[in-house]
Design a protein around this ligand. Structure first.
Ligand SMILES: Nc1nc2c(ncn2[C@@H]2O[C@H](COP(=O)(O)OP(=O)(O)O)[C@@H](O)[C@H]2O)c(=O)[nH]1
Ligand SMILES: [Mg+2]
Length: 397
């Protein structure tokens, strides 16, 4: 895979944000000679991608998706990567989780792909997390709360239990297996470029593609993400004193981290998890915070790559109602940041009111922050699940 080298980089204390890099070739050919290392490009060989992917877990959050979509997503994940599915699908009318496990077992029979799969509401999961010292995602009813962020954290802890060095996320509602394939290769290419042990790769969809009338319409930007990026960059300006547009991936659901970074991050719930990751880095590792939670991240540095894939992003359409809620949750992470001043807060309120995502006199929701899982005994979580879970499906090679 050949990518553009980042054309610019902004260094904020310990955090390097690289500017958007586009994918130039999905397959970059030989990596030596004139075509191999053309100036301004990075060409990562198939073998290097596969090596990195063999140490990677891909976490797929699922909630009531069409099983055909899930099957397509599985088919797109490169063979070497280990698949972890965390499902919060309902089992009232039909047992959707059962249908999903059938899909995955059939896929295993035909491809021999190892996988691990669990239901978010499994009682043994909550018990295992509580015993291992991570009760933060358990709700009052004694099981893990609803939410995509909560599912992702479950996946991260299981990836740690399996000893994976890299973790990436792929949504289960993606219609294009080829784009899934490209996303995972991009994660690997990012880790190939990274110099720090603390690296993150975030994707910026080139287009949010919709079918309008009789043809596809390629919208250049998603609405929520464009607005979140605008205010995230204002938050950056509160750190540097300079406005910039360096951050282009605030809402990147498709993103990946080294485990060394993932286990040191704090997370927020539901759909605010992705923008909160950026806020957390800005608050703690840009030099403003004199005693950050993990000083080694400040001294070694954190690298954030932002890559634009070639494939369009076509996913399930959810209707308009959840957009204001997502926007309020996203901007809430910025609004409630300790870096936000009164001026920025006022602008966020105005924006949300104008977009009917907030009523006058209200504040956007405060993110519920969950601490790092670095000191959680992840292996113990998996052992408890293997002994007690009703929903765990786990097949190693
Ligand atoms: N495990 C889990 N996955 C979820 C939950 N809610 C949503 N998802 C999944 O998270 C992904 C993103 O959700 P989606 O509604 O497509 O969000 P959008 O694409 O950002 O609008 C999809 O794969 C969903 O199936 C949840 O509560 N738990
Ligand atoms: Mg989606």
């Amino acid at each position: 895979m050949r990518l553009e080298m980042p054309r610019y980089m902004e260094r904020l204390g310990g955090v390097k944000f690289y500017g958007i890099q586009r994918v130039l070739e999905l397959t970059g050919g030989i990596t030596t000679g004139p075509a191999g290392d053309a100036p301004g490009t990075v060409n990562v060989s198939r073998a290097d991608l596969e090596n990195l992917e063999s140490e990677m877990a891909i976490i797929v959050p699922v909630k009531d998706e069409n099983p055909k979509l899930l099957e397509g997503v599985l088919s797109g994940i490169p063979h070497e990567a280990f698949v972890i599915i965390v499902s919060n699908s309902s089992h009232d009318v039909i047992d959707r989780y059962r249908v999903e496990t059938d899909v995955v077992f059939q896929f295993y029979r035909l491809t021999r792909r190892p996988f691990l799969m669990i239901h978010q509401k499994d009682k043994a999961l909550a018990k295992a997390l509580a015993e291992a010292g991570y009760p933060y995602i358990i709700g009052e009813d004694g099981v893990v709360r609803n939410g995509k962020g909560e599912g992702m954290i479950v996946g991260l802890i299981l990836a740690k239990a399996l000893g994976k060095r890299y973790v990436g996320f792929i949504d289960s509602d993606n219609y294009i297996p080829g784009s899934v394939n490209e996303y995972v290769d991009i994660y690997a290419a990012g880790f190939y470029m990274a110099k720090s042990r603390y690296a993150m790769v975030r994707l910026k969809w080139p287009y949010k593609t919709k079918f309008v009338g009789r043809r596809f319409y390629f919208r250049r930007r998603g609405r929520v993400s464009e607005i979140t990026n605008k205010y995230m960059n204002m938050l950056v300006a509160r750190v540097t004193g300079f406005e910039s547009d360096i951050i282009q991936t605030s809402n990147a659901g498709e993103h990946a981290m080294t485990m060394e970074l993932a286990e040191r991050m704090a997370y927020s719930s539901g759909f605010s998890i992705e923008p909160y990751e950026v806020v957390h880095l800005l608050e703690n590792y840009t030099g403003i915070e004199k005693s950050p939670p993990y000083p080694e991240m400040l001294s070694e540095g954190v690298e954030v790559f932002q890559v634009e894939p070639r494939n369009p992003h076509i996913h399930e359409e959810r209707g308009e109602e959840h957009i204001p809620r997502m926007m309020a949750a996203s901007l809430g992470t910025i609004y409630h940041s300790r870096l936000a001043d009164e001026d920025l807060k006022a602008r966020i309120i105005d924006e949300l009111i104008a977009r009917r995502a907030l009523k006058a006199g209200e504040e956007p929701p405060k993110p519920r922050v969950m601490p790092p899982f670095k000191d959680v005994d992840a292996k113990k979580v998996l052992e408890t699940l293997e002994a007690e879970s009703d929903t765990l499906a786990f097949l190693e090679d």
